[in-house]
Design a protein. Structure first.
Length: 134
């Protein structure tokens, strides 16, 4: 559970990754950069599970300076590769209600979604709506 006093997640009773992500999303400060959100243990575990071999590529994109904001109780963050959105772009949506993460990024001109875009809840599609091309 994240607390402002600790500015980090501390383990509480064991639970599912979904429960941990939901708890994390509920307490993410509105302006926290995506790279810092990714470092929260529950989000990190969920991203590793979701991305598998693509984690390193996605994490490198999200390590760039970016911006984040709360949307209701959920979190949305984005970043551009070296400040150039034409070179690469990545997003992160943390769904508090479902305890899930949704990500998208570009690499070598290709667009990737995890999970597939047709599996995203409607509210997570806000992440895609903010892409530079849209």
């Amino acid at each position: 559970v994240w607390t402002s006093a600790h500015n980090a997640i501390r383990d509480s009773s064991p639970g599912s990754v979904e429960e941990e992500v939901a708890s994390t999303a509920n307490d993410i400060p509105q302006s926290l950069e995506p790279a810092l959100v990714m470092k929260r243990p529950a989000v990190d575990r969920a991203l590793h599970t979701l991305l598998k071999d693509d984690f390193a590529t996605y994490a490198a994109m999200m390590a760039e300076p970016g911006k984040g904001r709360s949307i209701g109780r959920d979190y949305y963050g984005s970043t551009c590769l070296k400040g150039d959105c034409d070179a690469g772009y990545a997003t992160l949506f943390v769904d508090n209600e479902n305890g899930a993460v949704y990500v998208a990024w570009t690499e070598s001109g290709n667009l990737f979604f995890r999970p597939d875009l047709d599996l995203w809840p409607e509210k997570a599609e806000v992440a895609y709506e903010f892409w530079p091309e849209n």
